[in-house]
Design a protein around this ligand. Structure first.
Ligand SMILES: Cc1cc2nc3c(=O)[nH]c(=O)nc-3n(C[C@H](O)[C@H](O)[C@H](O)COP(=O)(O)OP(=O)(O)OC[C@H]3O[C@@H](n4cnc5c(N)ncnc54)[C@H](O)[C@@H]3O)c2cc1C
Length: 457
């Protein structure tokens, strides 16, 4: 419970409907898609930047923790209010402020859902490339705070590559603005790189100017299956090595394909050991040339079934299959741990072999799902957290998976972030001086440590 004085002051900013503190209400903001939960003392729904600033000024004065929340789809515990305090939920700051395709930008509030940005741009023949699998629910504020990626980031890059400007409320309550509507702007430090990916630990994003792109003339989508997972991974490195950068190259293993098929009945090949969903885009002639070369490469690697989507409906069906992968795994066990290690693309086959070897050693099931073209792998282990012995095996397996990724010149996260899930593993990929440097940045911008405390810094 917040101190009555703090509550009274906060309620001078928002009315009763925008302030929650009943236990049954707070429970809805205690979790994300990871496995740790913590209750906030209050949840507040601001409508303007000024309200955010006023809330944070009170929190700063009373040293109350503040944790931001978009849609709560994080898979690493990032929006969990570990030290309780206030959750600021952005569902009422969900306005698209300006769409300007002539100057190639869109201005949005942080609570706008990613797919609504796409819907706003499509009638103008434009799109916003970052497309996390959670794009139907995740917010732009959450995407920016996590520097989210997605399947088509292989060709187009991740969230930070599309941030032109931001408005941020600091831990003091001060409002800062940096960047601009210009595609080129090197005025001062690139502060968007500081806040983007900071998981809400350095500042609160209240507005964003995002770069957008014209939709490509042609899109071609291919589903390929293999009777060997190693060959599936090798096809990925061969395609990239041949100089083609597809929009997306999504790898799924047999368990993943079958789990999707059990639920969605999409006609996926149940016998395949591995599959690739490959998409390319651009001008028609170039796409045709690239597609011929891709088909050559997958056949060289023993593809057993090659199916090109013949219509938008078919393409959508293939993407629905891919996007539902995480959700359908929920039927396998009470808990799912979906991890996010990344290795250089040439090491994808070796990393997949390692994941299988380690999970077999610990007697665990694993589904391998990967944005394979950029080396970003999501091993998904279904388990039951209540079964302490099994859970210990899960933790030991991930311990070894992270170590294996680091040993292959990889890293801890390609897109899901660190949150609560992986802070202990930072020394695997960063030296002490680097971690200390991040702590100094945190200390400088949030000296009382009120913003999302208990997380990786
Ligand atoms: C099915 C599924 C598929 C997914 N696929 C992908 C994927 O392909 N790529 C990917 O990158 N991620 C993926 N994710 C993870 C997750 O969706 C992303 O991290 C997403 O960006 C989180 O957005 P959100 O709005 O849900 O944020 P939340 O989960 O609510 O919050 C995430 C973090 O952002 C902070 N935050 C939120 N809003 C603000 C703000 N305005 N200012 C400052 N900090 C803020 C929170 O404090 C927290 O630290 C997936 C998750 C699921 C469940």
């Amino acid at each position: 419970m917040l101190d009555t004085q703090v509550k009274n002051e906060l309620m001078t900013i928002v009315d009763t409907g925008r302030y929650l503190d009943r236990p049954e209400e707070l429970a809805c903001y205690a979790y994300d898609a990871f496995v740790v939960e913590a209750l906030p003392d209050a949840v507040i729904f601001p409508e303007t930047t000024q309200e955010v600033s006023d809330i944070v000024k009170i929190a700063s004065r009373y040293k109350v923790p503040v944790t931001c929340r978009g849609a709560g789809t994080s898979v690493c515990g990032a929006p969990i209010p570990l030290r309780h305090g206030i959750v600021i939920c952005f569902s009422k700051m969900d306005k698209i402020i300006d769409v300007n395709t002539r100057d190639r930008y869109i201005i949005v509030q942080p609570g706008v859902v990613n797919v609504d940005v796409q819907k706003a741009l499509a009638p103008f023949g434009f799109f916003y490339p970052p497309d996390p699998g959670s794009m139907n629910t995740a917010t732009i504020g959450g995407n920016m705070a996590m520097n989210a990626g997605g399947p088509r980031c292989l060709k187009y890059g991740v969230t930070i590559d599309y941030v032109l400007g931001m408005e941020v409320v600091l831990a003091s309550g001060d409002i800062i603005r940096f960047g601009s509507k210009n595609i080129k702007d090197v005025t001062g430090y690139k502060l968007s790189s500081l806040f983007c990916g900071s998981e809400g630990t350095l500042g609160i994003i209240t507005e964003a100017i995002l770069k957008v792109r014209p939709l490509p003339e042609t899109v071609k989508t291919l589903m390929v299956t293999f009777d060997d997972l190693d060959n599936t991974a090798k096809a990925v490195t061969d395609i990239i090595g041949s100089g083609i950068i597809p929009v997306a190259m999504e790898l799924m293993d047999k368990l993943t394909l079958n789990t999707i098929e059990d639920v969605a009945n999409l006609g996926l090949d149940r016998e395949a050991q591995g599959s690739l969903l490959i998409e390319i885009d651009g001008v028609k002639e170039a796409c045709e040339r690239e597609m011929t070369l891709i088909i050559e490469k997958v056949k060289e690697n023993g593809a057993i079934h090659v199916q090109e989507a013949k219509s938008e409906v078919e393409r959508e069906r293939l993407w629905t299959a891919r996007r539902s992968a995480y959700g359908v795994f929920a039927k396998l066990a009470p808990d799912i741990v979906s991890e996010d290690v990344t290795v250089p693309v040439s090491k994808v086959p070796a990393m997949i072999r390692k994941i299988i070897e380690i999970t077999e050693k610990y007697g665990l099931k694993v589904g391998v799902l990967a944005h394979a073209g950029d080396g970003n792998m999501h091993p998904m282990i279904p388990a039951n957290k209540a079964d302490k012995e099994e859970w210990q095996r899960v933790e030991r397996a991930f311990d070894e998976i992270f170590q294996a990724a680091a040993a292959l010149d990889g890293t801890l996260s390609g897109e899901h972030g660190i949150g609560l899930a992986k802070s202990d593993y930072l020394p695997l990929v960063m030296n002490k001086q680097t971690i200390d440097f991040m702590k100094k940045i945190k200390q400088a911008v949030d000296p009382d440590g009120i913003l999302n405390p208990g997380k990786f810094v």
